[in-house]
Design a protein around this ligand. Structure first.
Ligand code: FES
Ligand SMILES: [Fe+2]
Length: 381
């Protein structure tokens, strides 16, 4: 098991730190604590919700093992509720997206409004002191920032803007809130959720794993930005290419995001909103990944590719989009075998903590510090 000394090594400055102990990638008890403290105790992204457009549009999903319904209420406000009936607990809506005027329980037809209020409960007249107002759906704090939706399952996290700190200010040139979802894909990877996010946020593996795709694009990345908030971000200037995001099929890239200027027109910002949202904000597109932990060694990933409105409206957008999709497929096909192999190595009883390449893996270290702090705080309790 872990002790305080293991965490202290992670908390050192990156040049001296050790990586998270391997047990953090395989142990069921630690996984449960991560679900409790990071996924239910914090603000967690549930992705882009640009398809929640009219009142009653909903998304039913699990966050930290807790089934939730996210919906737009009649005033177009984002709301989240436990996806659990207040009568005898039936799950109200199956996972997925849809549209409803009311939420009707499939068991005994208790019926809830879009504000979570219990509107109808048939044949309850004999129940003494039964008051509809006492049996509304359990509400969960929900907020949207920069086009992403966030929920805090247990309601104990600080306000969303305190949680995100500088996040919106740092990313304002990319105008994330205005982007349009052009492509989505869901897949599973046989690794711990942290591993999937880590590989996306380090430049160290590019030469070995992506020798002819992504590695050719970057010179040395900038140092990690000093930011307040539960995220890390690192900018990498490109080496002589305007877009890292498309295969070279002879077609030109889509136009740059309209808010970019200066160096932001010559590089990609890799950002990681702890625990589970990461994206590459590049010149012409933004790639977004959400990691959804299923077990310590299995992760579902939601990938989303976004572009500005002007790009989506181009006549040849569908053709150009495919060049971007193929580039990311090629990158994932290189990453996934290696991170699944990493999971196998970390599962060994002889695995040990390692060290970081300070210039190329500072985001991984920043995230490990975040997790180490979280898990060691709970050790105190
Ligand atoms: S469990 Fe939902 S109405 Fe009975
Ligand atoms: Fe990679």
């Amino acid at each position: 098991m872990l002790n305080k000394a293991d965490f202290e090594k992670v908390l050192r400055p990156v040049e001296m730190a050790e990586s998270l102990p391997p047990v953090c990638y395989v142990d069921e008890t630690l996984f449960d604590r991560e679900m409790d403290q990071a996924f239910r105790g914090g603000w967690v992204s549930v992705g882009r919700l640009d398809d929640l457009v009219v009142p009653g549009d909903y998304l039913a999903l699990d966050v930290g093992g807790t089934p939730l319904v996210l919906l737009l209420d009649s005033s177009h406000q984002l709301r989240a509720f436990a996806n659990t009936c207040r009568h005898r607990g039936t799950q109200l809506l199956p996972p997925g997206r849809g549209r409803c005027k009311r939420i009707v329980c499939p068991f005994h037809a208790w019926t809830y409004g879009l504000d979570g209020a219990l509107l109808a409960a048939p044949r309850m007249d004999d129940a003494v002191d039964f008051c509809h107002a006492d049996y509304g759906l359990v509400a969960v704090p929900a907020a949207s920032r920069a086009g992403f939706a966030f929920v805090n399952v247990d309601g104990t996290a600080p306000p969303i803007d305190t949680w995100l700190g500088d996040f919106e200010a740092v990313h304002s040139p990319w105008r994330l809130g205005d982007l349009i979802t052009a492509s989505t894909r869901e897949f599973e990877v046989r690794c711990n959720w942290k591993i999937f996010l880590e590989v996306f946020n380090e430049y160290y593996h590019l030469q070995k794993v992506h020798p002819s795709t992504f590695s050719v694009y970057y010179a040395s990345p900038d140092p990690l930005d000093k930011v307040a908030g539960n995220f890390s971000t690192q900018f990498g200037e490109h080496r002589g290419v305007s877009s890292t995001g498309k295969v070279d099929d002879g077609t030109g890239p889509l136009p740059p995001l309209p808010g970019l200027s200066g160096r932001n027109l010559r590089g990609t910002r890799y950002s990681w909103v702890f625990p589970n949202l990461t994206f590459a904000a590049s010149i012409d597109a933004v790639w977004i990944f959400e990691a959804i932990p299923l077990t310590p060694a299995l992760t579902r990933v939601n990938m989303t590719v976004c572009f500005p409105q002007a790009s989506v409206e181009q006549a040849d957008f569908a053709t150009k989009l495919s060049a971007y999709e193929r580039r990311m497929e090629a990158g994932l096909a290189e990453d996934i075998p290696v991170i699944e192999t990493q999971q196998l190595g970390l599962s060994s009883s002889l695995a040990r903590a390692g060290r970081y390449s300070p210039g190329y893996e500072p985001s991984v270290h920043a995230f490990h510090r975040w997790i180490a702090q979280l898990l060691s705080e709970s050790d105190d309790g």
